[in-house]
Design a protein around this ligand. Structure first.
Ligand code: NG6
Ligand code: CA
Length: 502
């Protein structure tokens, strides 16, 4: 009898041990507009990123990893839902007053963790809409939002750093708001008496680039997209955004040091307006864009240090990536173009943010989990949309068939046990223009979009003719082989059409 007890106790202990090992804490660190060539580990020589290099040394560096899209909202939609964003209209770059576009009644990445008993949090940029309509009262509880799609705790800014309202929300409420100074937000017409970039350019501490917009309500000396009034004391100071996000994240990690947690840490660097903390200004030689990347790197280092000091480093899995490719001038005269000094933010890739070329969507991607992952590099094709199915596998959670169509279980590739990721991948720049990659071949479907975005100096990859590139031999997408290889064009076109129909 005693023996049986011992056996049962041993088995229970072993299974607890196994579960503990199988169930790491997970932190997804998501940069905004960070390019494939922006980090030392991906070949940058003009910006020092020692902390991300350190993360890379203890993990796997992927060189064939992708966001689904070349802008923010669709990529984040895919990350959260495990669904291709182009299947749904209204998943393009959202204004700051948009309604929530993530369904509350469907599975999401944070829900996978929540169902498995994790504490879940988002800290940082959201950009997936809030509330159930555009017209909303920013002075009351705003629902639904991140808390309704799976996050136990949220500390966010609603859209982008260049869009109003320039405030933080903790769970459902704007923080720092005073009753007698309510906030109003409007994307159609001016509200209140705040100066705008257009009416009072002399008040700007950073000028907007000509023709980009960014000349509506001025907050902290920076013209924004959209109008807001009120909430004077609730408005953020750009220089403090990242240190705020860091300290909130560190609190969450500290509070959950004894139980499994999932943290989605969505940083704003190096998205515009680049206005790093004063101690980072001038740290790189590349202007505020380089400084912002160094601030991002330092912030990641702070998280790594904290995990070490709490003895959590070994059992915490970190995914680091970016929502889309890089852009130098995205609306402000911040020196990014003038001081770039030969830095190649997209590395050897063609295009950048907004583009169908690889520069738009192939992004840095590092997975670290010291307890279980052997450091190295991987050529496996992986996409952020796959995190949902892959973590569902890790946590033994079932997901609906609908999600399995787009989100592939690439868990073994993520932890370096397999060199194969997904076999094909569809990416988009907006809801109309699509590309499909299978193995070494990439097909860009013909479309009527402009070829070159003058405002941002980026080749968009649009063409009325079909394009076919061999990414193995021509990662820079210089040689269109569509005419030479019509059979491959046909095959990819068919696969694209079939996947679209599903
Ligand atoms: C563009 C903005 C750009 C940036 C982008 C969103 C203009 C001319 N440009 O429309 O500055 O805010 O939207 O970036 O308004 S993203 O990374 O969030 O997708
Ligand atoms: Ca972005």
């Amino acid at each position: 009898m005693k023996k049986q007890y011992y056996l049962i106790i041993c088995l229970v202990l072993i299974s607890i041990g196994l579960r503990a090992q199988e169930r790491p804490n997970v932190i997804v660190i998501y940069a905004d507009d960070l390019g494939y060539g922006d980090l030392g580990i991906y070949g940058a020589t003009k910006i020092q990123t020692p902390n991300l290099d350190r993360l890379a040394r203890q993990g796997i560096v992927f060189n064939n990893a992708h966001a689904t899209s070349s802008t923010c909202t669709p990529s984040r939609y895919a990350l959260m839902t495990g669904l291709y964003p182009w299947r749904k209209t209204g998943t393009g770059v959202l204004p700051g007053d948009a309604a929530l576009i993530v369904p509350t009644d469907k599975i999401t990445l944070p829900k996978i963790f929540k169902q498995a008993g994790y504490q879940t949090a988002i800290v940082g940029k959201w950009h997936l809409g809030l509330g159930d309509q555009v017209e909303k009262d920013w002075n009351n509880e705003i629902k639904p939002g991140p808390n309704e799609v799976g996050f136990d705790y949220s500390f966010i800014f609603p859209a982008t750093a260049d869009r109003v309202p320039t405030v933080f929300l903790e769970n459902h409420r704007v923080i720092g708001l005073e009753k007698e100074d309510p906030i109003t937000v409007n994307y159609k017409e001016p509200v209140g008496n705040d100066p705008t970039g257009l009416s009072n350019p002399e008040l700007l501490k950073m000028k907007a680039s000509p023709n980009h917009g960014h000349n509506q309500t001025i907050v902290n000396g920076i013209g924004r997209i959209g109008y807001m009034s009120g909430g004077t004391k609730a408005r953020w100071v750009d220089e403090e955004i990242t240190s705020s996000f860091l300290s909130v994240s560190q609190n969450f990690i500290h509070q959950n040091r004894d139980n499994p947690f999932f943290l989605y840490f969505a940083l704003t660097e190096p998205h515009v307006p680049r206005m790093p903390a004063t101690i980072f200004k001038g740290k790189s030689d590349l202007g505020y864009r380089g400084d912002a990347i160094m601030q991002l790197d330092w912030t990641v280092g702070q998280i790594l240090d904290q995990l070490e000091s709490l003895n959590l480093a070994e059992k915490t899995l970190i995914v680091f990536s970016s929502d889309n490719g890089p852009v130098l001038d995205d609306g402000y005269q911040d020196g990014a173009v003038v001081l770039n000094n030969g830095h190649t933010p997209a590395g050897t890739l063609r295009g950048g943010k907004y583009s169908l070329f690889e520069g738009g969507t192939r992004v840095p991607f590092i997975v670290s989990w010291p307890m279980s992952i052997k450091p190295g590099t991987s050529n496996a094709m992986v996409c952020q949309v796959d995190l949902l199915a892959s973590f569902a596998d890790m946590l033994r959670q079932e997901i609906p068939v609908e999600n399995k169509l787009d989100s592939k279980n690439i868990w073994n590739a993520l932890i370096g046990k397999s060199s194969t990721g997904r076999t094909s991948l569809i990416k988009n720049s907006n809801n109309i223009a699509l590309t499909i990659t299978e193995g070494e071949w990439k097909y860009i479907a013909p479309n009527n979009g402009v070829k070159y975005a003058k405002l941002v100096s980026i080749e968009l990859g649009n063409d009325t003719e079909p394009q076919l590139y061999n990414l193995k031999e021509d990662i820079g997408e210089q040689h269109n082989l569509a005419e030479k290889k019509p059979e491959i064009v046909e095959k990819l076109k068919k696969l694209l059409e079939e996947t679209k129909k599903k």
